[in-house]
Ligand binder design. Structure first.
Ligand SMILES: Nc1ncnc2c1ncn2[C@@H]1O[C@H](COP(=O)(O)OP(=O)(O)OP(=O)(O)O)[C@@H](O)[C@H]1O
Length: 258
């Protein structure tokens, strides 16, 4: 689905990261962990084709990303940004419908299939009851769920999510992580970042650890989310405690305060 080969990324002459190589297969979820300012958002922008690679290559479904028409990229990858301040008082249904933009001809209005896809996405996220609400008048957590629904409405094959659980309450965090697993089961590839390393155990097949713009580890959660790597990334001691009866090696991560 997606391959990064010796990728260097950043802003013009400001190199944020380098030497990043990884692959994400259809239906696989990759969780990106790293400290504030570690380069996660910059890497995402580069993967989406919004920033040119400074070196190396990004291959999307076998083709070099930089040679693909923007519209093809937009049909394949959907991006869920961090829940941002909302300025325009659209209804939630309209916001979700905007996720169909890449599938509409220029100046065309959404048709029945587009409305149906938007409704499916609202239902999938369990927020059908918000459809007629005004986007600027719902909570930050609800907005985050709407942004995920907007991305899914475009029926992408790869979903890139920048800290999708950041502003969500405990229940909604669990719902979003469960959703990531469900998307994987449907064959959709997911790349997400989070500041909670425990989330990797709940939804990821692979974890990429980004430290000073370089990969400090890449592999299954049980091999990568361990006290040594978490100390390196975050500069604190972390206890990684296996969950009793866990079938996928799930563990809880908690900082050990001095
Ligand atoms: N537009 C920009 N131009 C130049 N440098 C930038 C720009 N945006 C971010 N940076 C720098 O790039 C580095 C990586 O930032 P980035 O936002 O990718 O980190 P992050 O891992 O997503 O952080 P966080 O977890 O805090 O969201 C930081 O040093 C930041 O100051």
């Amino acid at each position: 689905m997606l391959a990064l080969r010796e990728l260097a990324f950043g802003y013009g002459t400001r190199r944020v990261g380098a030497g990043v190589s990884l692959t994400v297969r259809p239906g696989e979820a990759l969780c990106l962990l790293g400290p504030n300012g570690g380069g996660k958002t910059t890497l995402f922008k580069t993967m989406l084709g919004l920033l040119p690679p400074l070196a190396g290559q990004i291959v999307l479904e076998g083709r070099d990303l930089t040679t693909l028409p923007r519209r093809d990229v937009a049909k394949t990858i959907a991006y869920v940004p961090q829940a941002h301040a909302a300025f325009f008082p659209f209804r939630v249904r309209e916001v979700v419908l905007m996720g169909r933009a890449s599938r509409l001809a220029a100046f065309a209005s959404p048709g029945a299939a587009d409305h149906a896809a938007a409704d499916r996405a609202l239902t999938m996220l369990g927020i059908g009851h918000l459809a007629e609400r005004i986007y600027t008048e719902i909570s930050g957590g609800e907005r985050q769920l709407v942004l995920i629904a907007r991305a899914l409405a475009g029926e992408p094959r790869l979903l890139v999510m920048d800290e999708p659980t950041a502003s969500l309450d405990f229940g909604n965090q669990a719902r979003v992580l469960a959703q990531v697993r469900r998307l994987s089961e449907r064959g959709i590839a997911v790349v997400l970042s989070t500041h909670d390393p425990g989330h990797a155990f709940l939804c990821a097949d692979q974890v990429a650890l980004l430290h000073n713009g370089r990969l400090a580890g890449l592999g299954p959660p049980a091999e990568t989310v361990i006290p040594d790597t978490l100390r390196l990334l975050y500069g604190v001691e972390v206890a990684v405690v296996p969950l009793p009866g866990a079938r996928r090696g799930e563990a809880l991560c908690a900082p050990v305060l001095p």
